[in-house]
Write a protein of this length. Structure first.
Length: 347
């Protein structure tokens, strides 16, 4: 019999050795995110976490998962992948804290057609940066090399976060008419609305490497400004007492996200004159003729998180948040009714 040449997995487009090299390369990044409760490093079939070691006596677990959306397209096209991992973490942990939970652990899913170890390591280093900044341990993940599924150079990211809180401390809780809305300003577009953002950039005839007409650096650099991480300031406010709810302002904007923390029969009135619309949003609106209602329903419009707080605690909690590095805006109040009513104008 004549022996046939055996086909290998590598010849089919999957390099197991590269995957192993990536795991070794990212171990230091994961190690620097270790926190009380972390029980094992990377490499196992699953990740272990000790809730008692993390300080909980009667915990409720909270889980959240998300991605970065088409902001990835800009990272891929520009080759600037250093901060996209921060966005991934932010989209998950900013949601967790809105439930009143402290983020504890994070796992990532990275998928590509052909694994570039240096690129993947840079992305995961960004994820580790986001985890370290929010006290969340990067305990594992999945790297999937799938030839034929992605165009050359393309990749996708997803994240999964788990947090905990003591039983009976979940949010929203106790939202009442007259509560004050404290807005925490955003760092830019964050990670929502980028399908429209990319259309506007195309409409304006700009390349990612062109100077940004709305800020410093290039268009690509400005639009890749990472999503702000609100976890530690939000937890400080919760622990200070008087926070009734938190709303992460993502896709749907203030118009659709804020009502998610209100019980039936309550809404909000927001004064649009209480903050200044950041230049990137004004440029988007003016370049594409985006109407104010569409802007407020698509983007965060400069407010990335809203704390719903007791009226008699509003001043003290604004001070707590400011001490944690946040720019705090008194947006309005909780009112009888449904939905969000706006006074004044942003545009």
């Amino acid at each position: 019999m004549t022996a046939k040449n055996g086909l290998t997995y590598a010849q089919a487009g999957v390099d197991i050795d590269a995957g192993n090299a990536l795991v070794e390369r990212i171990k230091p990044a994961a190690k620097r995110t270790a926190r009380p409760g972390t029980m094992a490093g990377l490499g196992g079939f699953g990740a272990l976490f000790d809730l008692k070691a993390a300080g909980y006596s009667d915990p409720i677990l909270v889980a959240a998962t998300d991605g970065v959306g088409t902001k990835l397209r800009i990272a891929i096209d520009t080759g600037n992948v250093a901060t996209i991992g921060i966005d991934l973490v932010a989209m998950c942990v900013n949601d967790l804290v809105c439930q009143g939970a402290e983020p504890l652990l994070f796992l990532d899913y990275f998928a590509t057609g052909k694994l570039d170890v240096a690129q993947a390591a840079a992305i995961i280093a960004g994820i580790a940066d986001g985890c370290a900044a929010t006290g969340c341990a990067l305990v594992g993940g999945e790297t999937a090399e799938m030839p034929g599924m992605y165009h050359a150079g393309d990749f996708d990211l997803a994240g999964f976060a788990v947090g905990a809180m003591e039983r009976g401390t979940d949010l929203p809780r106790g939202v009442t008419e007259g509560d004050v809305l404290l807005g925490l300003t955003s760092s830019g577009v964050h990670s929502n609305g980028y399908s429209l953002v990319r259309k506007v950039v195309e409409l304006a005839g700009l390349a990612w490497s062109d100077p940004a007409p709305f800020g410093a650096g290039t268009v690509g650099e400005a639009l890749l400004t990472p999503t702000r991480l609100y976890v530690k300031p939000a937890l400080a406010a919760i622990r200070a007492g008087g926070v009734h709810g938190l709303a992460h302002i993502t896709g749907g904007g203030l118009t659709e996200n804020l009502p998610r923390v209100f019980p039936d029969g309550l809404g909000a009135t927001i004064d649009l004159g209480s903050w200044t619309l950041p230049p990137v949003f004004r440029w988007l609106a003016e370049t594409a003729g985006i109407a104010q209602p569409e802007l407020l329903k698509t983007f965060n419009a400069g407010i990335g998180m809203v704390a719903v707080v007791a009226a008699d605690r509003a001043e003290a909690l604004a001070a707590v948040l400011a001490a944690e590095g946040e720019t705090v805006v008194r947006l309005g109040t909780v009112t009888a009714g449904e939905g969000v009513a706006y006074t004044g104008r942003l545009l």
